[in-house]
Design a protein around this ligand. Sequence first.
Ligand code: SAM
Length: 470
Amino acid sequence: MRNKSKKKKFEILEGVRIEDMVAEGKCLARHDNMVIFVAGVAPGDVVDLRVTRKKKKFYEAEPVHFHELSELRVQPFCEHFGTCGGCKWQHIGYDTQLYFKQKQVKDNLERIGKVPLPEFDPILGSEKTRYYRNKLEYTFSNTSWLTKEQIQSGQEFDRDALGFHIPGRFDKILDIKHCYLQPDPSNAIRLEVRKYAKEHDLPFFDIVKQEGYMRNLIIRTANTGETMVIVQVYEDRPEAMQALMEHLAATFPEITSLQYVVNSKGNETFHDLEVVCYKGLPYIHEEMEGIRFRVGPKSFYQTNADQAYELYKKTRELANLTGNELVYDLYTGAGTIANFVAKQALEVIGIEYVPSAIEDAKINSQINDITNTTFYAGDMKDILSDELIERHGRPDVVITDPPRAGMHEDVVQKLLQVHPNRIVYVSCNPATQARDVEWLSEKYEVTRVQPVDMFPQTHHVENIVLLTAK
Ligand SMILES: C[S@@+](CC[C@H](N)C(=O)[O-])C[C@H]1O[C@@H](n2cnc3c(N)ncnc32)[C@H](O)[C@@H]1O
């Protein structure tokens, strides 16, 4: 009996042609009328698949042998491709990535949204397809991930690592030699911190035993040229920290904000901990159209800043502001969209869950002399109340940019009740956006669809939908 189930689990399906790229970066294939989701392949590949999971309606599988390679494939440029979880679509050319991202948006709106759709605006590709991120977070570990080849070689390897988590493994870190996601001096700083820690016997963190010193490194590079570095350590060792900070300040004079955190908690989050600024200012600035956004160690800012500017310009264009509109910016984060559109609106109300983000939003209005914004912190479904609408008035335009889960049903109901003329719906998850669009279709029609690519080499896609009151 046991043998039978084991055999079933590892069933091999031979000569399967991969058909499509679908959600979460997986590809889709079919075998005997069963849908199969496969990672690490490309549409057009012909492969033998090992079934790793069987569900009633679909299987999951991994490729074990390639018979034919797709014409859509290109040579990945990063030595860590295939092991690192960062850029899983590097084996597909950028134009093809864009094609499949746009298709994903269309499929979701058609299948889940089930609403009449206008012709799509072509997906806005990112000019930079490498070195486009302004923030990376690296983890230290004393149990570096070893590849199959490394294990088979029988050699001894340095087990200290500073890099990214292996997908699905909380305890394994891939040591990164070069990362193509963030511009200089990101790689140089990471390599220097690693070298310094090794030379000065600062132990890399052991996540299982919860011991060690060097824990985490965050590097933020802003489009103003300012750079923030935050070193997280497990325990307070003032002398060691002083020496490390001095070394970094001297080696990288371009660091304008050098900070550290002592974090003895079970996890790496530090939103509830003091961040000590060793050198420079405790924040950096991003800039768009002369508006400066202050970004502190705990602040959220869109990670592809150049493409965020394109996204916001499109959002503003679709909002079609003339200067007379009352705009509500829902899920405003640090008030970036609210402040960006404020000049073209009469008044902007921003709402966001995280209180510190709302503090940032207010500061960002102040430092830019923007006086027609008001911000509220709290859960959207509670804050967007009849009382709030009474106080500020019925919005002419709502801009909404919810998290991946989409909008709470109560929030959608409230929008249907308040009935603004236009809703500009920005989303990082086409599936939940399509669900919300279907709910809103009771009183709205979709008049524009504009997919935007914020994250080249990954499966992620952003999409803007303009909903116009019927
Ligand atoms: C995709 S981000 C939007 C960021 C912002 N529009 C920008 O471009 O920088 C979604 C935001 O929604 C906030 N959020 C998540 N759940 C929320 C809720 N229930 N109520 C209010 N805000 C929420 C998150 O904290 C996050 O800042």
